[in-house]
Design a protein around this ligand. Sequence first.
Ligand code: 7GP
Length: 735
Amino acid sequence: MLISNCLAGLADLGFRIEDVIEQEHDAALGNGGLGRLAACFLDSLASLNYPAWGYGLRYRYGIFKQEIIDGYQVEVPDYWLDFNPWEFPRHDVTVDIQFFGHVRKSTDENGRTVAHWEGGEIVKAVAYDVPIPGYATPSTNNLRLWSSTAASGEFDFQKFNNGDYESSVADQQRAETISAVLYPNDNLERGKELRLKQQYFWVAASLYDIVRRFKKSKRPWKEFPEQVAIQLNDTHPTLAVVELQRILLDLEGLEWDEAWNIVTNTFGYTNHTVLPEALEKWSVPLIQHLLPRHLQIIYDINLYFLQSVERRFPEERDLLGRVSIIEESQPKMVRMAHLAIVGSHKVNGVAELHSDLIKTTIFKDFVTIFGPDKFTNVTNGITPRRWLHQANPRLSELISSKTGGKDFLTDLNELNKIELYVKDKAFRKEWADIKLANKERLAKHIQASAGVTVDPTALFDVQVKRIHEYKRQQLNIFGVIHRYLTLKAMSPEERKKQQPRVSIFGGKAAPGYWMAKQIIHLINSVGKVVNNDEDIGDLLKVVFLEDYNVSKAEIIIPASDISEHISTAGTEASGTSNMKFVLNGGLIIGTCDGANIEITREIGENNIFLFGNLAEDVEDLRHAHTYGTHEIDPDLNRVFQEIEKGTFGSTQDFAALISAVRDHGDYYLVSDDFHSYIETQALVDDAYRNQEEWITKCITSVARMGFFSSDRCINEYAEGIWNIEPLRVEKEEGA
Ligand code: 7GP
């Protein structure tokens, strides 16, 4: 009803719904899996009627737009806020945020030392609210994004009137810089002052909001953790731990222990990566300068923590240095993950293997100190509303016709009912038709955006995600080159027997990540040669799709036959696109990493193509590369030789990609896994040729994906970490 009213209303105004929908920009607020997971969580929280808020920064410039020019990535700013009908500016909700200044100590009437943070500068945070409507429920939650502006309003009128026009504008601009731009790194931390300012600005404004709401209830402070749970989405908001302690201690006058008890019972911390280059550390002088009172509190938190460790483990001389929140380097650094662990009551990883790994590697000592119960796992999930119903409406429709309505969209385990139809001819036919239609839609997009004509009946092989050496797009493109060389060496008769493939890549490289940019360039260079080789024709096409984002994902994912999740074992915390691809009836080639392992357990090992070394062997292999002889796989060597001959152009650009494997220890084990990868890709070809068997695998897999709903995941957080229950809400009719 509602939809038809909309359509009619728009038509009256002379618009088509398709044109209106086209106008909407993707929210550009995140980099990759971490941010997209948060978006799925917001959808689940609202749909499950949990009274939750999301907090973030309203970046003027979110993640950049990627253009491919002459095969290279070029970054272009994305003016996504120019048209955003979904946000409500709340000029009535503002918070003054303090930076810099100094700390003065005084003694109150009870002889207690009180700290006063004084001076420095004030920046104003203005709230922008983005409603998050739940699916099939009247509940709507709120995502509150903070925008920075000068505390004095437009500009400093005094300065302005005194003729100091430039400086008044400069103040305004400096304030606005805080929420101006998203740092475009995925799984990488760079200790920039502006980034620390962003983190504190976001955290201080959000906590002020939370505390204000709690204080309205007039409850005693000790009830705070029963009323409020705050989940730290990685360490980026960890200053909130310190800020809450500061509020309770300095502003509310609580004693240290009482305050700290409230803080630690309020926070939970989710770790999203074990990559050392992504673990946040902030230099002590930087924090001292920007947040002098917070540094004192961090030192006190650390002191009390280390004292308690020392009392319990007096014999362990090195333990204190290893777990200290302060790293005794030059300059000293604050280890944010340590602060987050010490300041939270639960710490979780995002897939079973990952949660096990953090307990046995980076956070091992903390398991000894706090005991194993503090550490838990919540395997990631995805919202079926966006990643099935919206992205693949025909498949959603087919599933609902067999599961008896749309209940599967709120209870994804209902999917298992379709397994009953795995042999049903009409069902299978419709299933195959839908996949083909989705591939035709993607083929059109490829034609329009990359100018490459692809055959929709070929096997579509997709790897779309941020470009990163650990995600190993280089392994994929080396594999493509190997395939090309193998096809070239065949007779025309032999070639006819081969499975045609389209290799589709997409993803952004961080602007400062030179190696990732070389990978993009190599993919495009290989495409240029292969796609124009008449010997090859439709047997192999290589496409790099520009500007991969959520909207493109909705076109690409439903069109995939096989997708690649091929990170070096132990490096991808979970992955979430692996779940999206399988839910849309595509199979996976992948390593035993992240959630691939649990996907295998759910769908069955016959329905996934696993290859490569295991996480437990990675360390030894790396050691052997560095200290033993490192033999490069002979097939991979042939690939390298071909690149070095100049077959794909500029040998100079690609030299670093080769020498990372051949001369610099092959940290990501590309050579160790190459043979296994190539063999497994051959198995994929064989399996795809038997279309009947293939479709059976796809249907069976979708039927068994219920576990990976973000609804399951949010229920686990609610029960195991936040101790909250959903509100009772009347279900909406006809959703
Ligand atoms: C990502 C992980 O790389 C990915 O495996 C996981 O699925 C996702 O989080 C959601 O849990 N981590 C990041 O994007 C990241 O930058 C460090 O982590 C801050």
